[in-house]
Design a protein around this ligand. Sequence first.
Ligand code: GDP
Length: 462
Amino acid sequence: MLKDRSSDTIAAIATAMSSSGIGIIRVSGDQAVSIVSRIFAGKKANFDLNTAPSHRIYYGMIHDGDEMLDEVLVMLMRGPHSYTAEDTVEIDCHGGVLVMKKILETVIKYGARPAEPGEFTKRAFLNGRIDLSQAEAVIDVINAQNDYAVKSSVSQLKGSVSKKVKDLRKRILYQIAFIESALDDPEHISLDGYEAELSGKLDDMTGEMERLVRSADSGRVVSEGIRTVILGKPNAGKSSLMNVLLGEERAIVTDIAGTTRDTLEEHIRMHGISLNIIDTAGIRETDDVVEQIGVNRAKVAADEADLIIYVVDGSRELDENDAQIMDLIRDRKAVVLLNKTDLETVISEELLQEKTGKTVISISAKEETGIDKLEKTIQNLFYEGSIDFNDEVLITNVRHKTALQNALNSLYMVKQSIENQMPEDFLTIDLMDAYEQLGTIIGEAVEDDLVNEIFGKFCMGK
Ligand code: GDP
């Protein structure tokens, strides 16, 4: 039989495994305090971590017997007020790879075992300190590519998604419980006129859930980056712009073969936002998206994009190529860049603005001017006013979106059953489905709540 490992005391290096200013070794579990107490010598000779007050920081040395390993700060957090809800000790040491490993090895030698990936967070979940959506948010915060992704993940971590989901579940559960109780006890609880009431409540709930599902589009933009296509006639400066965007410290470049599409993406991180430039092969190799790969292909790329950046060569007159691109971007989110403004320009910002109806920014890819303004404009286009991280719950997780959509479909079925005058116990099946689907978002078991709700609330005095 497999040994139950959930009560082991676990340890891991919690900071990056590279040399840095400080490193943290995290130890969690029943034995955390006693293990560290045996390898930590506090400043005072008679200091004992086992009896020291919790939620304090202690200065001292980590040693393995006579061998001194490092000068450290030890953070003592007794459960349940810790990340895992277990007794936790964090050893804040100097951030050399060797010293961190050595301390970890010592902690293991004295009785801890190495933690598995995500095990601290898993314990936080299993111990009921956070729910599933919050656990997922922890991962998102760590992986966040830009400021907005951090904000939305932190909001999810604080429970914005859970709160919303719990509220919806409660309202659904109430209806289930009401129907079940009435069916059990028709003498005291009447279902007369109930369906009209339920119908109204369903409309409220589906409205809110539809909004949540819709938010997943902005959510995707936030967590994954803005899918961007750069268009412009040959020699307008598309590659030069790419290079500027990718260049210097503002850029982090990764080549990821498109997961769903057969295109190459390049990932650009600016201060607050992430752009995934799609179809860069088209830009870089053929030199001319519109002419060589054809308007159709450019149109497909543009259709898939959240944002089109249209580069205009300011030193040449507009031509047929430009006209085609302007046509393409008409109803799309797009920014127009008037490039080569370091040269004598024959086109004005006003003219382009008039012809495209989009924001026009003068830049020089060569001199690298105007790029900050581009960044600001994109930020405004996607985030300003549209996402309020304080109030609005943003769905950034595909799993959550799918569960919400499934729950929504079940509620539509309930609505339909009401219209078709199906018997009440029929309604509870789909209501229950919706309830369970929503439950998968936060990872909550179903039966216990239902039992408590039904018997605790409705069957008074019985
Ligand atoms: P693409 O065909 O749209 O990718 O255009 P490129 O980026 O290859 O640029 C075409 C030519 O224009 C190159 O010789 C660039 O050096 C030049 N170029 C691009 N941007 C600028 C600019 O802002 N100012 C000037 N003077 N030349 C530029």
